[in-house]
Write a protein that binds this ligand. Structure first.
Ligand SMILES: NC(=O)c1ccc[n+]([C@@H]2O[C@H](COP(=O)([O-])OP(=O)(O)OC[C@H]3O[C@@H](n4cnc5c(N)ncnc54)[C@H](OP(=O)(O)O)[C@@H]3O)[C@@H](O)[C@H]2O)c1
Length: 299
């Protein structure tokens, strides 16, 4: 008999999301924040979940927490560091051995003001992890996605503040915020372009952003120096934002709701900061840039 789980927003979940029994879902960054809440939501839909995390102890701890809440579930952990290409390749090989068919792939892992300036492969850290590493992972694992599968990419409402010049991986952004905006701008553009190139019978490519929510993304443990305006701005805005659990709903909708290829889901409220999920178009800035510089959105 199935365990009955009590998650918040149960009525919305029942109405909006499909059951995922027999389906396999991967969540990058599933050890904390939005990735963890997404994994919880997927388990409540009866999916088998594979957590892809860079820190083995955090990955195993998250797995144990999920299993204590969902004792009948199947949850696995695989190591993944998006800042190292060799780790992406090893992860893909391990995933193929563990689950030759993946139905939902949630690309949630990301950084904002990371402590390191560069990835282990020498790329600027934020764009290197949020865009280059994520896209490299998507490409490496694409053959595992079932034809009726979905790849869901977690972007941000600041994607519209990003821009691209000739080289998307150039280390020429003036500050951490601009680097983050560019990384999400490139990621949104990748999803927009990839979904436009899809042919029938291939998996759907979708994006979701959570609005703004207080997670460990900007914790001292994870971030390098942050300007005062960033710390003050976030301290002021957090009391008015919603919980990580509610902010995971646009991601869950992209994973298990009525979605079409190329959809973007975000909170429906003021400035897309809070509320239940709604479909939005990609920003004009992203769409125009993909038309003008398509080569910048591939790696
Ligand atoms: N919170 C917000 O308001 C907000 C708004 C818009 C978009 N987002 C996006 O939502 C996603 C999840 O962020 P969050 O807010 O939930 O923050 P979070 O709790 O810090 O989660 C980020 C996750 O990414 C993982 N990660 C970081 N670098 C990695 C790497 N090199 N390889 C593999 N995994 C790595 C982290 O692992 P560790 O725990 O080991 O660091 C963590 O599991 C991110 O893509 C973020 O940009 C968040």
């Amino acid at each position: 008999m199935r365990t009955v789980i009590k998650l918040h927003y149960a009525a919305w979940r029942r109405r909006a999301l499909s059951d995922l029994s027999g389906r396999v879902a991967v969540v990058t960054g599933g050890n904390g924040g939005l990735g963890f809440e997404t994994a919880r939501g997927l388990l409540a839909l009866h999916a088998r979940v594979i957590l892809a995390c860079r820190d083995a102890s955090k990955g195993e701890a998250a797995r144990a927490r999920l299993l204590s809440e969902f004792p009948d579930a199947k949850v696995d952990f695989l190591p993944l560091d998006l800042s190292r290409h060799v780790s992406i390749t090893e992860f893909s090989d391990r995933l193929a051995a563990l689950a030759p068919k993946v139905d939902r792939f949630v690309h949630c892992a990301g950084v904002y003001y990371p402590r390191e300036n560069r990835t282990s492969d020498g790329l600027p850290a934020t764009v290197g992890i949020n865009f280059a590493g994520t896209v490299a992972l998507a490409k490496a694992t694409e053959p595992l996605l079932s034809p009726d599968g979905r790849a869901v990419f977690v972007t941000s409402l600041v994607d519209r503040k990003g821009s691209v010049k000739e080289d998307p991986l150039a280390d020429d952004e003036p500050d951490g915020y601009a680097a983050y905006a560019r990384s999400k701008f490139l990621l949104s553009g990748y999803v927009f372009k990839k979904s436009a190139e899809r042919v029938p019978g291939e998996p759907l490519y979708l994006a979701a952003h959570p609005g703004i929510t207080k997670t460990p993304l900007l914790s001292k443990e994870k971030t390098g120096p942050r300007p005062l305006w960033s710390r003050a701005g976030h301290a002021l805005i957090y009391p008015f934002t919603q919980s990580p659990e509610k902010s995971s709903l646009p991601i869950l909708f992209a994973v298990a709701g009525r979605a079409e290829n190329g959809d973007l889901f975000a909170p429906r409220g003021l400035f897309q900061v809070w509320g239940y999920p709604k479909r939005f178009p990609f920003s004009r800035r992203v769409r125009d840039a993909v038309k003008k510089y398509p080569e910048c959105f591939e790696i």
